[in-house]
Design a protein around this ligand. Structure first.
Ligand code: G6P
Ligand code: MN
Length: 441
């Protein structure tokens, strides 16, 4: 089997490759092919990959393809994790809104909006080419904003073998397992909503819903707030478990305040860490040690080391684990239920059948079937519906190059305070993120 990684010079690619090497025999994996538009990054990360393969004594060919077409030719799976415009644009995505008193974040709100504008045209071109070059391949999308990108693919690329994934639902499962002292594999979440905008309405262990029991235990967990941003009291009142990104919607003032008060945005931190990594990789004799130190520091931004230690989480594991499960299932090695981004098809009755949603889905050989979630409370429906209208309108605006629709979509985002601010934000992005906004009439 051949697997392609688009964005092969990405700083999380070694995590994916480690995951793939763990499954090498099960998958019958003979080749990993990488492609990236940034040759320097690819050679720096390539050094880490070569060293990982050498250390493991793995027999596998890692090829660096000249272009997308040769990268995907003959591949069974194409994993895409690209960042159009690089770290510099992530910084602008965050800084431009913050300069106007609006949340700037990589994937939600105005930041995710600008990222979608840059990314979707590129991904649609890639998937249309994939349709010609490897029509039977599966496109596993990790490219953010993952849900919106997957919506664009499934609505506009004429290609159905695509699925969007994210580690956030599984990070909730890891936390639940930690609290209940069970194995994460034994936890089944009734997660529902959209990527970076959803909730867990029940937690099943051996079939029984243990959410009430879990909620009653939260009072004894003062560390919950530093692990998740949410206090036990908040979750108890909510009566369900929020996706970590719900923080931005439920605590608008606090999350914006924190972003404004920080000296550095997460994007600026990543730009700094990533360029230090590149500089170190250029000179080191031991790329794996350099990389692992980088990864550990980066993960600290998600969950402090002490918690990762007590929870027994290997650095980066969360990021690759969902992708690996999806690969195993789609290649017929196992059947499983996992929340992924797919066409709704009735799983959430309050959204359209062709809306992309993040819901538990049954995965088996070449099959992804979303499972019915059943009734959900009115409050979360409202948020999910509003965010979905924003996403649909944004995808249309991008595909049809429509400036007015673009502004309208941003104004629909719950984190954008008014239509006038949406208009100002779009002008600022057009100016500072040109040429990515030049497609709009
Ligand atoms: C979580 C999200 C990903 C996102 C990442 C950002 O894992 O689920 O979608 O890419 O955070 O991480 P970073 O280390 O780049 O800030
Ligand atoms: Mn994610």
């Amino acid at each position: 089997m051949k697997i392609s990684i688009i964005g092969g010079g990405g700083t999380r690619v070694p995590v994916l490759v480690r995951g793939l090497l763990d499954l090498q025999e099960q998958l019958g994996l003979a080749e990993i092919s990488l492609s990236d538009t940034d040759a320097n990054r690819m050679s720096a990360i390539g050094k880490v990959l070569d060293a990982i393969v050498r250390q493991r004594g793995a027999h596998i060919t890692i090829t660096r393809a000249e272009d997308f077409r040769s990268c995907v030719a003959g591949a069974a799976f194409v994993i895409a994790a690209i960042r159009v415009g690089g770290d510099r644009m992530r910084v602008l995505d965050e800084r431009i809104p913050l300069s106007m008193g609006v949340l700037g974040q990589e994937t939600v709100g105005a930041g995710g909006f600008a990222m979608a504008v840059r990314t979707i045209p590129v991904v649609l071109d890639l998937v249309r080419e994939l349709r010609e070059a490897a029509p039977h391949a599966w496109f596993i999308n990790l490219t953010n904003p993952s849900g919106i990108v997957t919506q664009a693919i499934l609505s506009h690329a004429g290609f159905r073998n695509a699925v969007g994934i994210c580690d956030a639902p599984s990070s909730i499962a890891a936390l639940v397992a930690h609290i209940l002292k069970v194995e994460p594999e034994d936890v089944v979440l009734d997660y529902y909503g959209l990527n970076h905008c959803g909730f867990v309405k029940s937690v099943r262990i051996l079939g029984a819903d243990v959410l009430p029991q879990l909620l009653s235990m939260l009072g004894g967990l003062p560390e919950l707030e530093s692990m998740t941003h949410f206090t036990p009291a908040y979750i108890l009142r909510l009566g369900k478990l929020p996706n970590p990104y719900i923080w931005y919607y439920a605590f608008k003032r606090e999350s914006l305040g924190e972003a404004l008060a920080a000296g550095e945005t997460r994007g600026e931190e990543m730009e700094r860490r990533n360029s230090a990594l590149m500089a170190q990789l250029a000179v080191t004799e031991d790329p794996v040690t350099v990389y692992d130190a980088y990864l550990g520091d980066r993960e600290d931004g998600h969950l402090a080391k002490e918690y990762r230690r007590t929870m027994n989480i290997r650095d980066g594991e969360g990021y690759s684990a969902v992708a690996m499960e999806v690969l195993l299932a789609l290649s017929g090695k196992r059947q499983l239920v996992v929340p992924v981004n797919v066409l709704n098809q009735g799983a959430l009755p309050f959204l359209a059948p062709d809306d992309v949603v993040e819901v538990p889905s049954l995965l088996s050989e070449r099959l992804i079937r979303p499972l019915a979630v059943g009734p959900v409370d009115a409050e979360s429906q409202l948020l999910i519906q509003q965010v979905k209208s924003y996403e649909r309108s944004l995808v249309d605006a991008i595909v049809y190059h429509d400036t007015e629709e673009l502004i309208r979509s941003l104004a629909l985002n719950p984190l954008v305070p008014s239509p006038a601010v949406a208009r100002e934000l779009v002008s600022a992005f057009r100016e500072q993120e040109a040429p990515y906004f030049d497609i709009f009439r």
